[in-house]
Design a protein around this ligand. Structure first.
Ligand SMILES: Nc1ncnc2c1ncn2[C@@H]1O[C@H](COP(=O)(O)OP(=O)(O)OP(=O)(O)O)[C@@H](O)[C@H]1O
Length: 299
C-alpha cells in the first residue's frame, strides 16, 4: 500500500532522515519507534504532504504521492490543532469543508465522527472548555472527516487521562477492523506493542530494523534476568551470558534464566551480597531497540 523509497531530509545542517526505505501493508497498524529527534515526525509530515522538500519517493498503491493521493491520508499532528472558540461540531465541519464536504453530507459525517470519538454530549460546547483528552479525541476526529484510507497518528495520546486513552485505543481498533491502515508513533512503547502489527526502528534518521512485532521479539529477544545488588560481581555474571547495565542494575541474557537465577542466589548468599532485585525480564521492543542501538527510547 505505502512504499517509502530512499527518503532523505535535511534541515539545513541537520540530517533528519537518511535514505529511509520500507513498506507498509494495507490494513496494518504500523509503529514508528525511536527516541526524541529520531526523525519520526519528519517522516510523518512527508507522508502527510506537509513537508515537500525531501529526496527519494513515496508511493501509495504504486502511484507517486501527489495532491490527489493526499486525500487518502488523514493526519493527526503531535500538537493539537483546533479552533478553541468553535464547538466540537464546528471544528469537525471546518475540517470537513477543507476536504470538500458540504451541505447534508458534511452534517451527517460530522455527526457520525462525533459518535466515533464519543463526544456527542459535548457537540455544541466550545473546545476551550474541553479537557486535554477530549481535545485529543476531537483532533483525531477532524482527521477522520474525509474518511481516509490511511491514518497517520503522531503522539496521539500525549498528556491524556486513562479513559480518553481507552477511547482512542477502541477507535484505533475500529479503524483497523475497517481494513484501514494506521501509522502510529508514540513514546509509549507499550502502546506500540499493544496496537501495532509491524514496526520500524529509527535512530538518528536511519532505519535500524523493521518487521512484524512478533517476529522481531522471536528473532532478537534472548531470555534475560534483571539483577540489582551491592556489591555485585560483574565477572561472575559474565560467566553466564552477556551483561549490560541498566536502571542501576544489570540485564543478563541467558538461555537458562532459571538456572542462572538459582546460581546467582547461591553466589550472593555465599559472599554476603545483598540482592535488591532479581527477576525474569519479559522481552520488550524497548530492549530490542536498546540492544540494536545502545540507546534508550526514553530519556
Ligand atoms: N523545523 C525544523 N528545523 C530544524 N530542525 C528540525 C526541524 N524539525 C525537526 N528538526 C530536527 O530534525 C531531527 C528529527 O526531528 P523529528 O521531530 O522528526 O524527530 P522525532 O523522532 O519526531 O522526535 P520527537 O519524538 O521528539 O518528536 C531532530 O534533530 C530535530 O531537531
Amino acid at each position: 500500500m505505502l512504499n517509502i523509497s530512499n527518503v532523505s531530509k535535511h534541515y539545513e545542517k541537520t540530517k533528519a532522515l537518511d535514505d529511509v526505505s520500507f513498506h507498509i501493508s494495507k490494513g496494518s497498524c504500523f509503529g514508528l519507534v525511536g527516541p526524541n529527534g529520531a526523525g519520526k515526525s519528519t517522516l510523518m509530515k512527508i507522508l502527510a504532504s506537509i513537508i515537500h522538500d525531501y529526496t527519494g519517493d513515496v508511493f501509495i498503491d504504486n502511484k507517486i504521492l501527489t495532491p490527489e493521493q493526499k486525500e487518502k491520508i488523514g493526519y493527526v499532528p503531535q500538537d493539537i490543532c483546533l479552533e478553541e472558540g468553535l464547538s466540537a461540531i464546528g471544528n469537525l465541519s471546518l475540517f470537513g469543508k477543507l476536504y470538500g464536504l458540504t451541505g447534508k453530507k458534511l452534517k451527517l459525517r460530522a455527526i457520525e465522527v462525533l459518535k466515533q470519538i464519543n463526544l456527542e454530549k459535548r457537540a455544541n460546547d466550545k473546545v476551550s472548555t474541553f479537557s486535554g483528552g477530549m481535545k485529543r479525541r476531537l483532533n483525531i476526529g477532524c482527521s477522520l472527516m474525509h474518511n481516509p484510507d490511511i491514518l497517520i497518528m503522531d503522539e496521539a495520546t500525549v498528556g491524556i487521562d486513562p479513559q480518553s486513552r481507552n477511547y482512542i485505543f477502541q477507535m484505533i481498533n475500529r479503524i483497523k477492523n475497517d481494513g484501514r491502515t494506521i501509522i502510529y508513533a508514540s513514546h509509549y512503547i507499550e502502546e506500540v506493542e499493544l496496537l501495532c502489527d509491524e514496526v520500524v526502528f529509527i535512530d538518528s534518521g536511519v532505519v535500524v530494523e523493521k518487521g512484524a512485532v512478533n517476529d522481531l521479539l522471536k528473532q532478537y529477544a534472548t531470555p534475560s534476568i534483571f539483577i540489582k545488588g551491592t556489591p555485585i560481581n560483574l565477572d561472575k555474571m559474565k560467566q553466564y551470558g552477556d551483561v549490560v547495565s541498566k536502571k542501576g542494575g544489570y540485564i543478563l541474557s541467558t538461555n537458562e534464566p532459571l538456572q542462572v537465577m538459582e546460581n546467582m542466589i547461591a553466589y550472593c548468599r555465599e559472599h554476603v551480597i545483598e540482592l535488591e532485585q532479581l527477576e525474569l525480564v519479559q522481552p520488550r521492543l524497548e530492549d530490542i531497540f536498546f540492544s540494536l542501538t545502545g540507546s534508550e527510547l526514553r530519556e
